[in-house]
Design a protein around this ligand. Structure first.
Ligand code: ATP
Length: 515
């Protein structure tokens, strides 16, 4: 674990050093849990957004886009339930004065028991070798069974406390199982209190004419309140979806994990409207489609898992997370929820306007049910960076840091490098770059030795380096060097476009999603 934390620290430092992520307003010592994306970060982020957007609106003819405003009429948040129920249970440690989410402390406790069980199984696997039967061991070993029983006991108390909104019981679990503050190491806890996560501000200039409004805590409501507009003007037939990418704001209680938990972040959400009664079928379908989207990136299938919710949100009748193995454990990257007709009926009630759909096949009107897929851009960014960051020992004794980003997402697709700064090589390099720059983000670099230049490109994840040397002037060929294998190949200049184009095309990923 300590080693993993070390890797995470290095990753955060790398993100800053190479222009991916900076703390917000850093010259004023930053602003907690707010970050800015630098010159490379913004390219990666835009590529992630494009991959998601196109996977929605190109691959599904019944999914269309939307870009709603961040500010919304305040009644929206009454109707959605956020004013009354968008709370997290918080608890303070009186000695360290640190604040925690009580539910997260208990989830971490559960994860500790999971770890203990896994360690027992791993140890036994080593001891018994090939004949080892892990399933049998889990069912029979007394130490594993003890841990499992403890875990189950905590888990069932936790689920009950969450569902009953029993704050005293949440604290009692923390006390009963000796959860200590990681900073002070003590159990000196305050009571658990509810804390609303929405930011509010005033709209309008005069004191009595102004109105309290909220910064949206999710983008979804912008879709719900536009449901009728899109359905009517787009002549959409159920089932259909509306996709949106945009900023969301939450006054998170604890914000310590870099861009994993931010107070201003970006979501990519798609609300899929279906006939009541068919929602479980669509829930299953979207779970599968979304997992394929993640896996198509090639970061490793074993890094993803589904995690069903212990407590359903106030609007959901089924919910699961897609979790990714971050350096600090498996964590949610995307939520897939069956939101019933909660939001649309509630907006009907509060607005007094009918949001019914007339289904010509059934010859009846109903309020559609909704399946939501909601993924954080920033968490996806973090998962991709974490999986790509690699430190390698090379055969010649040197080491390198390389970001093995999926080529389609890399901020810079190719670097064009003249071997020397003279003899017409820079001009030739520029000529090559000019012919490729309409299709690929290219970078020109002539400073330092070629080795150093390769390392710089490795560190920002550039999949291809094209080196121009003296021979290039006569035979119009260049050396292309591949980031991951470091292999080099001589290719004609006119082949570059096709060679690079194939590798950085999103088409190959999309094919994996639809197959
Ligand atoms: P968590 O339990 O971690 O607080 P959540 O269940 O509240 O997350 P959702 O409301 O389901 O999250 O939001 C959908 C997605 O938005 C999440 O899967 C995540 O990727 C992203 N997201 C939510 N909150 C944040 C945040 N504070 N910072 C960055 N991304 C976030």
């Amino acid at each position: 674990m300590a080693q993993q934390e070390d890797v995470f620290k290095k990753l955060v430092a790398h993100c800053k050093e190479y222009g991916f992520v900076f703390p917000s307003s850093e010259i004023y010592d930053g602003l907690a849990a707010v970050y800015d994306y630098g010159q490379n970060g913004v390219e990666l982020k835009n590529n992630i957004k494009k991959y998601w957007w196109d996977s929605m609106v190109l691959l599904h003819e019944n999914v269309v886009g939307l870009d709603a405003a961040i500010f919304m009429h305040p009644t929206t948040w009454k109707a959605s339930g956020h004013v009354d129920a968008f709370n997290d249970p918080l608890i303070d440690n009186k000695d360290s004065k640190k604040r925690y989410r009580a539910d997260v402390l208990i989830e971490d406790l559960l994860a500790k028991y999971d770890d203990k069980i896994e360690k027992e199984v791993e140890k036994a696997a080593k001891r018994f070798g090939e004949s080892f039967d892990a399933t049998l061991y889990r069912q029979t070993n007394t130490r594993v069974l003890e841990h499992q029983a403890k875990r189950d006991e905590i888990h069932s108390r936790f689920v009950k406390a969450l569902n009953d909104s029993d704050l005293a019981e949440l604290k009692q679990i923390i006390v009963d199982y000796d959860v200590v503050c990681p900073i002070s190491g003590t159990k000196n806890w305050t009571d658990v209190r509810q804390f609303n996560l929405m930011f509010s501000t005033e709209m309008g200039s005069t004191a009595d004419g102004s109105m309290k409004i909220y910064l949206r805590p999710e983008t979804a409501q912008g879709i719900f309140v536009n449901y009728l507009n899109v359905q009517k003007t787009g002549r959409m037939k159920i089932p259909f979806g509306i996709a949106q990418i945009g900023k969301a704001f939450r006054n998170e209680i604890v914000a310590r994990q870099f861009i994993f938990r931010m107070r201003e972040f970006e979501q990519m959400e798609m609300q899929f409207f279906v006939r009541p009664g068919t929602e479980m079928e669509w829930f299953k379908k979207w779970k599968e489609t979304r997992l394929k989207w993640h896996k198509a990136l090639g970061l490793g299938d074993q890094k993803y898992r589904f995690h069903d919710h212990d407590k359903l949100a106030h609007y959901a009748n089924a919910a699961t997370d897609i979790e990714f193995e971050m350096p600090f454990g498996f964590k949610e990257v995307e939520g897939i929820h069956s939101r019933t007709n909660f939001d649309l009926s509630s907006h009907e009630k509060y607005s007094g306007k009918s949001i019914k759909y007339f289904d010509p096949e059934l010859n009846e009107s109903y309020t559609p049910y909704v399946i939501e897929t909601s993924i954080g851009v920033d968490r996806t960014f973090l998962s991709i960076m974490a999986a790509s960051y690699t430190e390698e020992q090379l055969e010649n004794g040197e080491s390198r840091v390389v970001l093995k980003l999926p080529a389609v997402l890399a901020p810079i697709k190719l670097a064009v490098l003249p071997l020397v700064k003279k003899d017409g090589l820079p001009e030739k390099a520029r000529e090559i770059m000019n012919s490729l720059k309409f299709d690929f983000k290219c970078q020109y670099d002539e400073k330092d030795s070629i080795g150093k230049r390769y390392r710089r490109q490795d560190a920002i994840g550039t999949p291809f380096c094209v080196t121009v040397d003296h021979d290039s002037l006569t035979d119009n060929t260049v050396t292309i060097r591949y980031r991951d294998t470091m292999q080099q190949e001589r290719v004609p200049v006119e082949k570059l476009h096709e060679l690079i184009g194939q590798k950085v095309s999103m088409k190959q990923l999309f094919k994996k999603i639809v197959e």
